[in-house]
Design a binder for this molecule. Sequence first.
Ligand SMILES: Cc1ncc(COP(=O)(O)O)c(C=O)c1O
Length: 364
Amino acid sequence: MTTSERWWRVQARTAPLRPNWHTESSRDPNFLWADKNENFDPRIAQAVQKTLRDLPNHLVGSYPDLGPVYSRLTDFFSVDNGQALITNGVDEGIRLTFQLAQSTGRSIFMTAPTFAMYSVYAMALGIDAQTFTYERHRSGFALDTDQIMAAIEKLKPSIVFLANPDSPTGSVIPPEVLLKIMDRAGKNGTILFIDEAYYPYSEETLLGEISGQDNLLVARSFDKAFGLAGFRLGALFGNEGLIDSISRRRSMYEIGAVQAFVLERMLKKTSLLSEVAHDIRNAKREFEARICSLGFEVIPTDGNFSLILFGDQRDLVRKKLEKTTLYRDQFGHPSMQDISRISIVSKGAANSIAFQIEEAVSQK
Ligand SMILES: Cc1ncc(COP(=O)(O)O)c(C=O)c1O
């Protein structure tokens, strides 16, 4: 096979997992967007608009000076200078870490189903990926973590990627189990990458462990609970040596000057950010209580999304929501069969969706 044939094969396998801007139509702004686990709390949008009014002109035309945003970020997360790398969303942190894995020539472990870009990067970079599949129970999705630990011992992968909570499963591995995995990984020369994109919707975190560990990376997003997906912002945390290895693979400037300005200002708004996350968690609780009272099964999740089994009323609900709301009910993975995922993007949107579902069921 020639290099170009190989390239096209990789393209063919990886392309469908991402949006294709040349063929897909844009999302209708008149719809409720509950399909991508975003956060449309109006208080965040207002705070960003206000911040942008202070944007100095020179930042529009200049390459970024990222010292101030790093200083704010390391303070905000209580980590040392050198223990953080700002990225274009967790997505870029995943890609850079896959590039580190590629340089070792060893395999990686990942879960299924999970965020689509894990398999995209494994395929695109030609990395051998061992997949651990979730089992679905009424109480939620679960992984066989003993199996993962045994496989680490046997196969000594370069990196184990675990999203906590994962998506679309919404499942969480308790920190004490993660610490055991980290310990086993450390003994086998394996890095543990914890994707905490949904923090603080789920407050479980291993961030406090990075200092003493030379095999732990923790990824955080500002696109989910912080509501800044329009700016594509995330960060990777680890000890200085690990962050340096990842940083060597980054582009000249990790983010732009306008992104940095907004992030630096928004990181000062600690009480707004925790208030919004708290309100979204409450909105999710209320939304799920309304859905359960209609007799539908809700699979417990951490994260700003609800997994619902509408059973024989799935088409009825779809017919009602398809005129107003974007949400997902096709995941292409057997364990997600028959599940609809509705993102809780604001209190108002969650109320409106619950109301429509109640209407659909009452009109039956
Ligand atoms: C588990 C998980 N990790 C990472 C991401 C990507 O996050 P970001 O927007 O920060 O790139 C997502 C987005 O949906 C996700 O669900």
